[in-house]
Write a protein that binds this ligand. Structure first.
Ligand code: BDP
Length: 581
């Protein structure tokens, strides 16, 4: 559960410099408790190590990287239960406390925690983390080794560092970890469902151990709209006189849960929630009963020097750029973003499609463990993000089956049936989807059967039919018509469309990589999306240019941003703003 500071809980941010090392054999050295780190150096947390240590030749390293720091236990620890809370540790991590292995985490971009019991104020502890971005080939975000390229019959290893996905595999503690201090008797992570149907509805399930009761308050500023108590921590409220949350009016209320014994308060947690209803009905996306069009972008967590390291200023900048363009939505392509990004989306009224870290599932290599992990990661994603009003849908994977069609046809239907069924048990209040890769499966993707709306990543006019926009758009229209006929209840959402443009490159004729072509392609797609009866909207790929692994298709960056990596507009940004505002 995310760290919170209030009258009953506290949290110590573990940001700052950490000792770090990329040396081998640290584990064998008894974790080199600090002295072993002399040969290393310092890295900043939060941040990506690759960028900070590029000059040490480690820019393209997938790890392992060892990070270590001392922690002096603060006074507020007295009488409290300490919990070490990572907002993420990418891509995988093992964690030691004073040389004792606490555990590992294999879910990139998701939080995890370890209970440490009561700590002595003033005591000094050593926290060690080993980060490794070499993922196994059967991970939901599949890894690949250079040798696999040869095994796949490709003449050379094409991508370095070797990855299957199109973003740089940054390694780091990308979000601030915390040492949290909870009352001995405390509330567990609550399950919150805030809906809107003739007034607000609110279902809350709270977990706590021991004796007590939970008091729920719904606050609008200083005034309490509701204050009710429950012995088991469960609440079902309806007909609440609240304003619904929407992009036009992202009204939020503070939900406060207090754990009480007699008149004494033992613990408290707060969430700023919003009441809204989202559903797919008769081929439309309805928010609070009204049809909405999705206009926005795919994004990445990516910035010069920071890599994937969190900086709230960049978060604000990106969402403000999105709004400047007239967008109302984004997808957390292709992994869970920092929780603060969702907080901001809640506050700004943006519609978020929250995506699990899973790209290019390769069904030649999936195993039972893949599905098991994939479901576990979705469970953790939904547990983390389910209470955000901005999250309107879940995307369970991006472009599965990009490779090896035969295995995809054989294995994917069963895999998706189990994946979606497990996910639907976890949230019955939102639609589910996953992004289909057009060039491979077109109309016959087994994914479609499970999606509430069809998410299409389309690059006609770019990877296919380059510089032939009339032909590309005609093909796309045909595909939309065919999908509309085949899936009349499942609207189409174009989850990716776009073209690379190198800022400053211009052309008077259709020319790939020119700003004019990118701008024209986006406008032509949007014209089709906005006017096709079966289409609920689209996301331009991408808001901003972003770093990828090295390969001959990318000139350092993926240049499909309508803004450069330093966030300056290309022609397309102005064009989109003209279309959307
Ligand atoms: C899609 C992927 C995305 C890529 C994009 C591209 O979903 O991650 O960055 O294509 O090629 O296939 O630009």
């Amino acid at each position: 559960m995310r760290p919170e500071r209030n009258a009953y809980r506290d949290a110590l941010a573990l940001d700052g410099f950490w000792a770090a090392s990329s040396a081998d054999g640290i584990e064998a050295d008894g974790l080199g408790l600090v002295p072993g780190f002399a040969a290393g150096g310092l890295v900043a947390v939060p941040g990506s190590i690759n960028e900070q240590w590029a000059e040490r030749g480690l820019r393209d390293s997938l790890g392992p990287f060892w990070l270590q720091r001392q922690i002096v236990v603060p006074r507020c620890a007295a009488g409290m239960q300490a919990r070490l809370q990572f907002a993420s540790a990418d891509l995988t991590a093992r964690v030691w406390w004073d040389g004792r292995l606490l555990g590992r985490n294999d879910a990139p971009f998701l939080p995890f925690a370890f209970d440490l019991g009561e700590l002595q104020p003033g005591a000094v502890h050593i926290l060690t983390v080993c980060l490794d971005s070499r993922l196994p080939t059967d991970h939901p975000l599949p890894g690949i080794e250079s040798a696999d390229f040869a095994r796949e019959g490709r003449s050379k290893d094409e991508v370095y560092p070797p990855v299957r996905y199109d973003f740089f595999p940054y390694t780091g503690l990308h979000r601030t970890p915390h040492l949290c201090f909870l009352p001995k008797q405390h509330l567990g992570a609550p399950r919150i469902e805030a809906g809107y149907e003739h007034g607000g509805t609110l279902r809350v399930r709270t977990r706590f151990a021991g004796l007590g009761r939970v008091v729920l308050s719904l606050l609008d500023g200083e005034s309490a709209l509701v204050r009710v108590a429950s012995d088991d921590g469960d609440f079902d409220l309806s007909a609440l006189a609240v304003e619904p949350w929407s992009p036009a009016s992202p009204k939020r209320y503070r939900l406060r849960l207090e754990l009480k014994r007699d008149v004494e308060t033992l613990d408290e947690i707060n969430r700023d929630i919003g009441f809204r209803d989202v559903r797919i009905d008769q081929g439309r996306l309805l928010l609070n009963g009204e049809s909405v069009q999705i206009k926005g972008f795919g994004l990445h967590e990516d910035f010069p020097v920071l890599g994937k390291g969190q900086a709230l200023a960049v978060t604000v900048k990106d969402l403000e750029l999105l709004r400047w363009c007239g967008g109302n939505s984004f997808r957390t392509s292709h992994y869970p973003y920092a929780e603060e990004t969702l907080d901001l989306a809640d506050a700004l009224g943006l519609l978020v499609i929250s995506e699990c870290a899973s790209v290019n599932l390769d069904f030649r290599r999936t195993t039972d463990a893949t599905l098991e992990q994939h479901i576990a990661h979705i469970e953790r994603l939904i547990e983390r993000d389910h209470w955000h009003p901005s999250v309107i849908a879940w995307s369970l994977t991006n472009e599965p089956g990009y490779l090896a069609e035969a295995e995809y046809k054989r294995a994917a239907p069963g895999y998706f049936a189990e994946l979606f069924a497990a996910a639907r048990v976890l949230d019955s209040t939102r639609p589910f989807t996953a992004a289909n890769v057009g060039s491979r499966h077109g109309l016959i993707d087994p994914l479609y059967a499970h999606c509430d709306f069809l998410s299409l990543n389309r690059y006609l006019g770019w990877y296919e039919n380059p510089a032939q926009l009339d032909f590309a758009i005609a093909r796309l229209r045909d595909e939309f018509d065919a999908l509309a006929a085949a899936f009349p209840d499942k609207p189409i959402f174009v989850s990716e469309f776009g073209a690379d443009a190198v800022a400053g490159m211009h052309s008077s004729t259709d020319q790939l990589f020119s700003e004019e072509y990118q701008s024209e392609l986006i406008a032509r797609y949007w014209d089709l999306i906005a006017n096709h009866r079966h289409c609920i909207g689209g996301h331009v790929w991408n808001l901003v240019d972003f770093k990828t692994a090295q390969n001959f298709r990318r000139v350092v960056l993926n240049h499909k941003g309508v803004f450069t990596r330093s966030r300056d507009p290309k022609m397309a940004a102005w064009r989109v703003r003209g279309m959307w505002r």
